[in-house]
Design a protein around this ligand. Structure first.
Ligand code: ADP
Ligand code: MG
Length: 602
């Protein structure tokens, strides 16, 4: 941390004194590089932090630059008035691109954004308002405190200050509530939704942020060059931008800056070989994607990981004991009843669930068992809002939950884990918990613009609670680790901790003991019991019959999508239809049939 601050200080001082070493051409190149760096930071926020493919960044840039040009030269407005309107225009376009993001998955969105970028270049090349291929010249010099802004040296300092602020804001954003939710969405949007992150709005936020940075870059560009023409905002430049972000390292804001500055300078050096340069950039991008997906910024981390022997502290790190919630921050959960009535779910021809009904009392531990493919996970996906139903309803504490989005259900107190772990892989263990602890609504993002101090206070409170929480789940030693680097049992524990961090009233656990050793199963059993003791209702899908028998108050048995038995563990275990369903699964009827057929053929 201290090293990082020192690094920033050195770079800031170097940037401040740089113009003394540069001639007029050099400073011009730097002025352009800063504009591209701003664009790259915006693109990095959308792509690296938010995980959204955004090929409209040049369009955001262009809308803003052209808006300044048109408003100053055609409408006669002052530069700064035009600049504010231009920013608004860019943000509006960002919002516009974000609308399909409310419904669509990111790959299709990539095409939508490409379409927008193409439409924009088409429009500026052909419209008379934008001066067609000739562009618009005569943008006035931005007036600023009597400083001669036509002087590119002074303009450099102006840009540097704006850029410093924009960079600081991006860093702040990436490491606090909004950015953390965006990173969670990038790593696993399904799991992010399940812990309450409003995924559609976050996707939209990613585009709006990118457009704001594009907008600021557009204003700076218009004030610097004072002339706009279509070629600056072409698809070729969009790909150059992409190359900057990918080569620099899109998940790191600093990486985006490094990529932008490096490629801007390189482009100047190679200006006489521009065709080869483009080919070269393309090749480097492909190589980077294959061999160094985290870009230049990720190389030091990868080297360190490769070279480092595990430190003694890490070797000693162990999964601590789970400490039951003793009521300090407990606020006992009220516990919610779950009522499922007549639910059917069909996937095209396949009936995964047929008229399933069950009723779970508040504070109960309910087991759901059944052979593979009997529809257990499908049932959880319905209750947690991931799947819609074909018929029937599910309600939690009397509120119908079918038809709501996962993040809304998380706010209503439903939490879950996944059969195949879904942790946020590129985030630390602490961040995985933090993102779930953060229950603030999306409306509170206004504070980023108007009251960042408030954001920071909330953040400090969250971090304190996260540390307590990790301690309680025995995960303190791994707080800074990447989940994937941890043994399976610890990952399972983390996923339960993350679900509990949302303070649920109903917890759905999908095969939590799968892959655990005997000791870990014992710990799991203690954890689940203690969770129930704080009032939370638990529904547990499990194949480990010992665990089910010892832990559950009642058990529901599913087979081929229907409930075939329900009762206490002892009652259910002796029912003939249950034994048959399980035997059928373990002996694998298809294999038996195949064997019989080969016998007959002989
Ligand atoms: P379980 O968890 O009991 O092993 P699942 O609920 O995962 O079973 O699956 C029940 C059935 O529904 C399986 O036949 C599975 O192939 C099918 N199924 C589950 N999800 C989907 C889906 N998204 N699309 C198509 N079929 C699905
Ligand atoms: Mg399953």
């Amino acid at each position: 941390m201290r090293l990082r601050v020192a690094g920033f200080a050195v770079i800031a001082v170097a940037a401040w004194f740089l113009p003394y070493q540069l001639d007029l051409y050099g400073i011009h190149v730097m002025d352009i590089a800063i504009v591209f760096a701003l664009l790259a930071v915006g693109l990095g926020l959308a792509m690296g932090i938010g995980g959204q493919i955004n090929l409209a960044q040049v369009a955001f840039f262009g809308v803003s630059a052209y808006a300044v040009a048109i408003l100053t030269t055609r409408a006669g407005l002052g530069f700064w008035t035009s600049a504010v309107l231009a920013l608004l225009a860019a943000a509006l376009i960002g919002l516009f691109v974000g609308i399909p993001a409310l419904r669509m998955q990111s790959h299709y969105l990539g095409i939508v954004t490409l379409g927008l970028a193409l439409a924009f270049t088409n429009w500026v090349t052909n419209s008379t308002l934008t001066g067609g291929a000739d562009g618009i010249s005569g943008i006035p010099v931005p007036p600023l405190l009597g400083i001669d802004m036509a002087n590119e040296y002074f303009y450099y300092y102006f840009e540097l200050i704006v850029f410093g602020l924009a960079l600081g804001f991006a860093g702040f954003l990436a490491n606090t509530g909004l950015g953390r939710r965006m990173r969670a969405m990038r790593d696993d949007s399904l799991a992010a939704g399940a812990i309450g992150a409003p995924v559609p709005l976050l996707r939209m936020a990613a585009f709006v942020l990118a457009s704001l940075y594009g907008g600021v870059a557009g204003v700076l560009y218009a004030g610097l060059i004072r002339y706009v023409a279509p070629e600056t905002f072409s698809i070729a430049n969009m790909f150059l931008l992409l190359a900057m972000v990918i080569i620099g390292g899109r998940q790191s804001i600093i990486g985006c800056v490094i990529g932008a500055v490096a490629l801007s300078l390189l482009r100047e050096v190679l200006v006489d070989f521009s065709v080869y340069a483009q080919l070269g950039f393309g090749t480097v991008v492909v190589l980077m994607v294959v061999f160094a997906p985290t870009g230049l910024a990720g190389i030091p981390v990868r080297l360190r990981q490769a070279l480092r022997r595990r430190t003694s502290a890490e070797q000693r790190a162990a999964l601590g004991p789970f400490r039951p919630d003793t009521g300090s921050d407990a606020e006992r959960s009220p516990g919610a009843g779950l009522e499922i009535s007549g639910i059917s779910k069909q996937f095209r021809g396949l009936k995964a669930l047929v008229d399933v009904s069950m009723s779970v009392q508040p504070g109960e531990i309910r087991g759901v068992v059944g052979p593979n493919g009997s529809g257990k996970t499908t049932l959880f996906n319905i209750v947690s809002g991931i799947y819609s139903v074909s018929a029937g309803t599910a309600s939690v504490d009397g509120r119908v939950v079918t038809g709501h989005r996962p993040h809304q259900l998380s706010q209503l107190g439903i939490a879950r884990t996944f059969q195949n772990l879904r942790l946020f892989g590129q985030m630390t263990v602490r961040d995985n918990v933090l993102v779930a602890l953060d229950r603030s609504s999306m409306w509170s993002v206004w504070r980023y613009l108007l009251w960042p101090v408030g954001v920071w206070r909330t953040e400090r409170g969250l971090r304190r609670r996260a540390d307590e929480f990790l301690e309680r789940f025995g995960l303190t030693d791994f707080a800074g680790a990447a989940p994937r680097s941890l043994p399976y049992g610890i990952q399972r524990r983390l996923e339960i901790a993350r679900a509990m961090a949302t303070r649920p009233a109903l917890l759905l656990l999908d095969e939590p003991a799968a892959g655990l050793n005997g000791q870990e199963v014992g710990q799991l059993s203690d954890i689940v019991r203690s969770i129930r003791d704080t009032g939370v209702t638990v529904v547990l899908i499990e194949h480990n019959m010992g665990l089910v028998m010892s832990l559950c108050d009642r058990v529901t048995v599913l087979a081929s999508g229907s409930v075939i038995a329900e009762g206490t563990p002892a009652e259910v275990a002796v029912r003939p239809e249950v034994i048959e369903a399980y035997l059928g699964d373990s002996m694998n009827t298809a294999d038996i049939a195949a064997e019989v057929e080969t016998e007959v053929a002989r």
